[in-house]
Design a protein around this ligand. Structure first.
Ligand SMILES: NC(=O)c1ccc[n+]([C@@H]2O[C@H](COP(=O)([O-])OP(=O)(O)OC[C@H]3O[C@@H](n4cnc5c(N)ncnc54)[C@H](O)[C@@H]3O)[C@@H](O)[C@H]2O)c1
Length: 376
């Protein structure tokens, strides 16, 4: 189905990307924000600087006066600690779908149960903005993985890293003084490396599923927390993971590494597949090595704005089939939140944490390995 009418909440960095992406696929755009200055910045600075000129057909609204009802897609592009409340209200407008930006919510799962119930009650599918798992390069890597018998054999381990100094974010937000001015400086509000770069964890979970290795059931984390009495966030988040089918691997997310490295490696017993974001300027890549032969390189030229166009196209296609099967379906974003929450518990208690999915998407699904052993 074609998305024709899109509403976007939050006229910040991601709100601009999606306004541009929605216009690129021919949809009308209502862009809303609680902050009048954010709307003004969008029109005068962010949008023209990124995409060449302002697009007069984009309607800007203060949130209080935003139109309601009749949308194909409502996008929640606000800070993570506001996502669920806004998404629940958006679902009640009965759009064809709602897209919530990553990370889905705060690591305490605030309003998650109500979000799931409202999505079911109104029959409105919810997607979560982990765009990398529906990009060209990861689709290609997944296709290779599905023919893994002919390619790299059985998966022996999986590594994903999203390491990127977040100075670029603050350069793009000159009105912010630093992490303390935004949710980014507070892990409990969805910030820090664990939330901001959770694309890495989500990609790990995605490739694990593609290889048939299942969901993460055990998390052992080490975090570097920055806490000066003002900010409280993890600048480095190191995760050792094990899945229900026994796959053991690693995720690294940090907000300190420059130049950045966004990379995944699927090591099989007969070769490897590597996924690279920004392999060359303007290009992602997938490398394939089978049976120690010469490594083959497949390049995927694209810009960052292209990622969001691809994401909207993916949503269009998913709505024609079964949205629950999408790699960016709500339950996939919730699986990522469970591991983020488990990681903070593990790091703070210096202990591995196990995840019991039968308890639902809540803190009760997490248990320290020692506590579990004491009970047995
Ligand atoms: N998928 C990606 O790669 C990607 C890229 C950038 C940002 N994001 C995500 O998008 C979200 C927003 O990030 P950003 O960088 O655009 O932030 P931002 O600070 O640039 O913009 C957020 C905007 O939301 C507005 N806002 C706050 N509460 C609101 C409300 N209740 N209703 C309407 N507007 C409200 C703020 O005034 C602000 O203008 C975060 O969850 C972030 O992680 C994802």
């Amino acid at each position: 189905m074609q998305l024709q009418k899109v509403k976007i909440l939050g006229a910040g960095s991601i709100g601009n990307h999606f306004s541009h992406a929605a216009r690129t696929i021919g949809a009308s755009v209502d862009l809303c924000d609680i902050d009048q200055q954010a709307l003004q910045r969008t029109k005068e600075q962010i949008y023209p600087a990124r995409y060449g000129s302002w697009d007069d057909s984009i309607n800007l609204h203060s949130s209080e006066e935003a139109p309601k009802g009749g949308y194909d897609l409502i996008i929640i592009g606000t800070p993570p600690d506001t996502h669920n409340k806004l998404a629940i209200e958006a679902i009640k407008e009965k759009p064809k779908a709602v897209l919530i930006e990553k990370p889905l919510c705060t690591p305490d799962f605030h309003l998650v149960e109500e979000l799931i119930n409202t999505s079911n009650e109104f029959n409105v599918p919810v997607f979560v903005g982990y765009d990398h798992v529906v990009g060209m390069a990861s689709n290609y890597a997944s296709d290779l993985a599905m023919q893994s018998k002919g390619n790299i054999g059985s998966l022996t381990t999986l590594d994903v890293e999203f390491r990127e100094y977040w100075g670029g974010i603050f350069n793009a937000h000159p009105w912010l003084d630093g992490p303390s001015d935004t949710y980014l400086g507070y892990w409990q509000r969805g910030g820090g490396a664990s939330g901001e770069h959770s694309h890495a964890l989500n990609l790990w979970q995605h490739f694990s599923r593609v290889f048939g290795c299942g969901r993460v059931v055990e998390v052992s984390a080490m975090m570097e927390y920055m806490n000066d009495g003002k900010v409280d966030y993890d600048s480095i988040c190191l995760l050792n993971l094990r899945t229900e089918n026994g796959l053991c691997g690693r995720v690294v997310q940090d907000v300190v590494t420059e130049p950045p490295r966004k990379w995944a490696r699927m090591q099989g017993d007969q070769g490897f597949i590597e996924w690279h974001c920004g392999y060359q300027p303007g290009c992602d890549a997938v490398l394939l090595n089978q049976s120690k032969n010469k490594t083959q390189e497949e390049l995927f030229p694209k810009s960052r704005p292209d990622d969001f166009v691809a994401e909207l196209r993916h949503i269009e296609k998913s709505l024609e089939t079964n949205p629950a099967l999408s790699p960016i379906a709500l339950h996939r974003g919730l699986d990522t939140m469970l591991v983020i929450a488990a990681a903070h518990l593990s790091a703070r208690k210096s202990c591995s944490v196990i995840i019991d999915y039968s308890k639902g998407y809540k803190l009760e699904a997490l248990d320290l390995v020692v506590r579990k052993m004491e009970r047995v």
